[in-house]
Design a protein around this ligand. Structure first.
Ligand code: C6P
Length: 418
């Protein structure tokens, strides 16, 4: 079993970035002979040793399929898998573990809702409201639903600085709106959307609310009851857990009403060739052998997060963002993209005369990892009038010195590219 890093009820240790960095073995390595400066945590976060150990311990000593075997090892694996569900429940303050469905990632979770909730409850002429800053994962599943049902997709606008226009949103939603599917935090701009207000307006119009929490849950505590949403999705790998695991949280009544998304083993109550009945949620939505070790690894990531002072860690990220915004703005030819007042630690920028891809390649030679491209948000790129940006995204394990290394590498890149 995975021993929590911190026993329930004990206080987290004081936040110390040097100590935290020592928990992430990869941060000690070099790239191209230079110390690694990993500024791409929005794409995927690095893993603490506690997560690596949990994965290795499970495969090495505690592994079997779950929910199937009557033998000790399978019962042990089942308990660890279900313990992970309970850890997620506590982490997001869900009412019950049966509201927590494990998926292989946020993308699969949104597709699950689009397919199951969408095809059951959304009809031709109904409206789904998205925002202009959505990731493709929160656009394309709804387009597939539109093509299947004849529903209408409407896009809530964004202000030039990347902030969300709540008034314009309020004017868009109406009696035809059945669902608002919107990101908690933009992966390109870092904007924190006013999701509580969005949920309240949507509910007043009778619509359900899905929040894409991929970036949101990483930078702030999430309480799904307090947010007032109906669905919340996220991926484990951005939350310091393994790849191949994600979460769909939904209110119990919705999961009860929704038909299965996929059929197979473990999601049934009884099967005959004439008729099959479903197990209750969450099993109804977890057909086949689930991502057992991924879930256990995510549980270990949550234990790890509970072991540090998260408020201090988030404050450190905000501090890194402020430092990066100030320092980047001073580099000649650099333009910041996304300067909304409420932002998480993600900063896009463009540099005059240098394509973001070339820039990222040159920065890599200095050991600096940033993402360049459209960040799976092509409609947002169109709106911004750029084909791509360079993006630095920060985690609590990053330092001021790493921000300075990015800026120094940028200045050197200017000499190479311009
Ligand atoms: N964004 C980025 O570099 P998956 O691939 O299912 O784990 O997550 C998809 C996803 C959905 N919504 C948001 C807001 C996201 O940021 C992402 C993933 C990564 O920005 C990879 S494209």
């Amino acid at each position: 079993m995975n021993a929590p890093v911190r026993a329930a009820g004990t206080k987290p240790k004081a936040f110390d970035v040097a100590q935290v960095r020592a928990d992430f073995p990869i941060l000690a390595r070099q790239v191209h002979g230079k110390p690694l400066v990993y500024l791409d945590s929005a794409a995927s976060a690095q893993k603490p040793q506690a997560v690596i150990d949990a994965i290795s311990r499970t495969y090495g000593h505690e592994y079997a399929n779950v929910h199937r075997g009557a033998y000790y090892l399978s019962e042990m694996a089942t308990r660890a898998y279900e313990d992970a569900r309970e850890k997620v429940r506590l982490f997001i303050n869900a009412v019950s573990p049966s509201e927590v469905v494990f998926t292989k990632g946020a993308t699969e979770a949104i597709n699950l809702v689009a397919h199951s909730f969408g095809r059951a409850f959304i009809k031709a002429g109904d409206e789904i409201v998205l925002s202009a800053v959505e990731h493709h994962s929160n656009i394309v599943p709804w387009q597939l639903l539109r093509d299947a049902t004849g529903c209408v997709l409407t896009v809530a606008p964004m202000e030039p600085d990347g902030s969300f226009n709540l008034e314009a949103f309020a004017a868009i939603i109406g009696p035809k709106t059945k669902l608002v599917a919107i990101t908690h935090v933009s992966n390109v701009l870092g904007t924190i959307l006013p999701v509580r207000e969005i949920a309240a307006l949507a509910h007043a119009a009778g619509a359900k609310v899905l929040l894409d929490g991929c970036q949101g849950i990483v930078h702030q505590p999430v309480d799904v009851q307090d947010l007032g949403c109906d669905f919340y999705v996220f991926s484990g790998h951005k939350l310091y857990g393994p790849t191949g695991i994600g979460v769909l949280w939904a209110k119990a009544a919705l999961l009860d009403a929704m038909p299965p998304y996929q059929g197979g083993g473990d999601m049934i109550e009884s099967v005959s060739f004439a008729k099959t009945t479903w197990a209750p949620a969450p099993a109804k939505f977890e057909a086949g052998t689930p991502p057992i070790v991924g879930a256990i690894g995510l549980g270990a990531a949550i234990d790890y997060l509970n072991s540090i002072d998260r408020a201090a860690a988030n404050a450190h990220e905000e501090d890194l963002l402020r430092h990066a915004m100030t320092a980047l703005a001073q580099v000649p030819g650099v333009k910041l993209i996304g300067t909304a007042r409420h932002k998480a630690a993600v900063q896009s920028f463009v540099m005059e005369g240098a394509h973001p891809h070339d820039l990222a390649t040159v920065l890599d030679r200095s050991g600096v990892c940033v993402r360049a491209g459209h960040h799976c948000a092509q409609p947002l790129m169109d709106l911004l009038g750029v084909s791509a940006t360079t993006r630095a995204s920060f985690a609590f394990y990053n330092t001021h010195a790493e921000v300075d290394a990015l800026v120094a590498a940028l200045r050197r890149a200017q000499e190479v590219l311009l």
